[in-house]
Write a protein of this length. Structure first.
Length: 385
């Protein structure tokens, strides 16, 4: 079992990750984690916070000489912007001098529900933790999970499928033919160059209006062995676990596997993936199921599409209510982005990596990486794969 926790606020001193369950013998480094953290900060349409932070995860426990020990791994990411919030966000009473409380509720955010649930009269007590800044910690944790998956031949990548009205379509991109340069060479992480340019134009136009844009991205995992997850119980089904992980990310409003929603309009004879036995292995002739059938990985790439709503914080604030006075007022404006779809794909990769790593250890777990690899190899040999 792979367990992980994050702690920290958006403008607090740091974000902290504790991960328990990584086997011993896995080579990890802060330099490798930095790559994904930098990808999360990128993408056309990001806000001013990305100019302040240079996110670096520092390993502080569970690793010696660049190799995991089998004990819990701890890492921290400092918030550079905390220097501008020392008095307002001091964890200690000493030196604590908060600014004027934030009371203008922002539609689409956790502000209202969080304030009512926890009895806060200052919305900052909610927005600091509900901020997408927390996803930095998830991407760092996902980097550790990705190292484990890479050691058994699993690769994970993502790309932008749509932003606003510009959509390359489900069939418009073949994941099997994509290269990293095609994806990361686009300012919006879309491998279709014409669509990429139009997406940039839509983001610029929305920014000039003081508006925001959402969209969709796809996450694909190749090399996933048959048998992760199970059909026997609802909470162990792999697609359910991935969906929960993805839906936990800020602003995510929908997820489908393969051609999920498109399949709802097709007859079964034109949707289900036919099965063949070729080259000594079973395979599917198509992958409309997205690599998971009956809650279990079936050997094809795990392929999902995720919908993210437009960012809720607007430069042209929506109408709202003051938490304290209950009077109508314009919503509070907190520095934000115009579009985060490209970055959200990187976060989606992390959540898929964490879920697949957990399922992998559940099926093939061992105290060391070598033991996990032996268990997987024996399983594949028994299947004749």
């Amino acid at each position: 079992m792979l367990r992980w926790f994050t702690a920290g606020e958006s403008h607090g001193p740091q974000l902290t990750v504790i991960m328990d369950g990584l086997p011993a013998g896995l080579e990890v480094s802060s330099v490798e984690l930095r790559r994904d953290l930098a990808r999360r900060q990128g993408g056309h349409g990001r806000g001013g916070r990305q100019q302040i932070e240079v996110d670096q995860a520092r390993l502080v426990g569970g690793v010696r000489g660049g190799v995991t020990l089998g004990s819990p791994v701890a890492l921290v990411i400092e918030n550079r912007d905390h220097q501008n919030w020392l008095a307002d966000m001091s964890p200690e009473r000493e030196g604590y001098d908060p600014r004027t409380p934030v009371t203008r509720l922002r539609p689409g955010h956790a502000d209202l529900a969080g304030a009512l649930k926890y009895g806060h009269d200052d919305i900052r007590n909610v927005l600091e933790r509900s901020s997408a800044r927390e996803t930095v910690a998830r991407v760092a944790a996902g980097g550790l999970a990705r190292k484990l998956l890479s050691a058994v031949g699993v690769r994970i990548f993502s790309f932008t499928q749509s932003i606003g009205p510009v959509d390359v379509g489900y069939a418009g991109v073949d994941p099997d033919e994509l290269t990293e340069d095609e994806i990361e060479g686009s300012p919006v992480r879309c491998p279709d160059r014409d669509a990429s340019r139009r997406m940039v134009d839509e983001i610029d136009a929305a920014g000039e209006r003081g508006d925001t844009l959402g969209g969709t991205f796809r996450v694909v995992a190749t090399g996933v062995p048959v048998g992760l997850g199970t059909h026997v119980h609802w909470d162990r089904r792999l697609d359910a676990r991935i969906a929960m992980a993805i839906m936990s990310v800020n602003a995510i409003k929908g997820v489908e596997f393969g051609a999920g929603f498109e399949g709802s309009a097709r007859p079964g004879s034109d949707f289900h993936d036919e099965i063949a036995y070729e080259g000594g292995r079973f395979r599917h002739l198509t992958n409309r199921a997205g690599g998971i059938t009956g809650g279990t990985s079936n050997g094809e790439p795990v392929d999902l599409r995720v919908a993210i709503k437009p960012i809720s914080t607007l430069k042209q604030p929506l109408q709202s209510v003051d938490l304290g006075t209950k009077e109508p007022i314009q919503a509070h404006y907190e520095r934000s982005d115009v579009c985060v779809v490209p970055a959200a794909g990187v976060i989606g990769e992390a959540m898929v990596a964490l879920t697949l790593a957990d399922a992998l250890l559940e099926k093939f777990g061992g105290d060391s990486l070598a033991e996990v690899q032996r268990n997987l190899a024996g399983y594949l040999d028994a299947m004749g794969r």
